[in-house]
Design a protein around this ligand. Structure first.
Ligand SMILES: [Zn+2]
Length: 379
């Protein structure tokens, strides 16, 4: 009930802000003045490899000034006001709409989805809120994107998701993360995997049942509900969280999206980053350790190398995860990449029976408190 009250309070506040914003534009116009709109700009990284910059402070990094004098600005303002009007209706009627729904309300004006997406981001910055506060959800299909299994139980509105009954059965996750309540878990950790194929492999191997964990996949680049759901789990369950991605620049970029958030959503970085997440693998050095044969290693393309170099230049790596940067340098030097599935070359169950348990054991022994607990058990 608290959730409902606070969400209607936030809608009320946003509606007031929307009215204030449009009123000031109309007042300017009625006085013969050209309205000027200031939109703060945020970024979550820059290319200062020393890391001695201010990207870690979630503060404004610049301001964009829109005026009617420039035609492209006038068009942007037109779009912004159209989207704002739709958002106002959603809030007034307490309904949710997807970004795609909004696009189809004026397709000939918007012309492409990215225009709507940018307007929504601008509105979040102007109103100082997150996208979900606007009652705008991801595109409807993305609803099915996040999969979860393991020792977890929660409710969403009037549905109960009881994954514990069958911990190795996949459940797709609800879109309204703000309605998720009563999270209960007896898991020891959360494992985030990049790909659905790996998730299915672990389901087939009954990985969760044997390892007392929760496994999640955002199927590639994680969308906002996936990251918000994961954040909710981490905040409420206080469990160690590990991430398993391919050993290539895309896998690594997906890892950084979980860890640091995306540039596009930098204005909402406080909500969108997960500093608790640890990189479990697969590492360039795993090829030797796990005897991955030469034919499973793919040469890095020119595009791969450019992408890797660009990621290497991101300031947050040097500042917050220098070890990750070293691994990435190693990837670039080796000139080869490989997928998680390459570990299955000798045995299909190597991933679930050897690789993951030994990696997680290794991570636990890095934490002094948990190491002591393990020693006590041995006694
Ligand atoms: Zn920076």
């Amino acid at each position: 009930m608290d959730g409902k009250h606070s969400s209607s309070r936030s809608s009320h506040l946003l509606l007031q802000k929307i009215r204030g914003f449009t009123r000031s534009i109309i007042e300017d116009l009625s006085h013969g003045l050209s309205p000027v709109i200031y939109i703060n700009r945020f970024r979550n990284y820059c290319t200062d490899v020393s890391g001695n910059c201010y990207c870690s402070h979630d503060s404004v990094k610049g301001v964009e000034i829109l005026t009617l004098q420039r035609e492209c600005h006038a068009r942007r303002l037109d779009i912004l006001l159209r989207v704002l009007l739709i958002v106002q209706q959603l809030l007034q009627e307490n309904r949710h709409g997807s970004k795609r729904d909004i696009y189809y309300m004026h397709p000939s004006v918007f012309r492409e989805q990215s225009v709507v997406d940018r307007a929504i981001n601008d509105i979040c910055v102007l109103l100082k809120c997150s996208r979900h506060n606007l009652n705008v959800v991801c595109n409807a299909l993305i609803f099915l994107f996040l999969l979860v299994m393991g020792w977890l139980r929660f409710s969403e509105v009037d549905r109960i998701f009881n994954c514990i009954n069958q911990p190795d059965t996949a459940h797709s996750i609800p879109v309204l993360v703000e309605e998720v309540k009563d999270i209960i878990s007896v898991a020891d950790y959360i494992l985030v995997v990049e790909k659905e194929s790996v998730f299915q492999r672990l389901a087939n191997d009954c990985f969760c049942k044997k390892n007392h964990c929760i496994v999640i996949t955002g199927r590639g680049y994680p969308d906002i509900p996936t990251r918000r759901f994961l954040r909710l789990l981490i905040e409420q369950l206080h469990l160690p969280t590990y991430c398993l991605v391919d050993c290539d620049p895309y896998g690594f970029d997906i890892l950084t999206t979980y860890r640091f958030g995306s540039m596009q959503m930098a204005y909402d970085a406080k909500i969108m980053k997960l500093p608790e997440i640890k990189w479990l693998g697969v590492f360039p050095s795993d090829t030797e350790k796990y005897n991955v044969p030469q034919q499973c290693l793919l040469p890095m393309t020119t595009e791969d190398k450019i992408k890797t170099e660009a990621i290497l230049n991101r300031c947050y790596l040097q500042r917050e995860e220098p070890q990750w940067r070293l691994e990435l340098q190693l990837l670039l030097q080796s000139g080869v990449k490989f997928e998680i599935e390459a570990l299955s070359v000798h045995s299909l169950t190597l991933l679930s029976k050897q690789y993951l348990p030994s990696k997680i054991q290794g991570m636990l022994s890095e934490s002094p408190l948990q190491m002591r607990e393990l020693c006590d058990e041995d006694d």
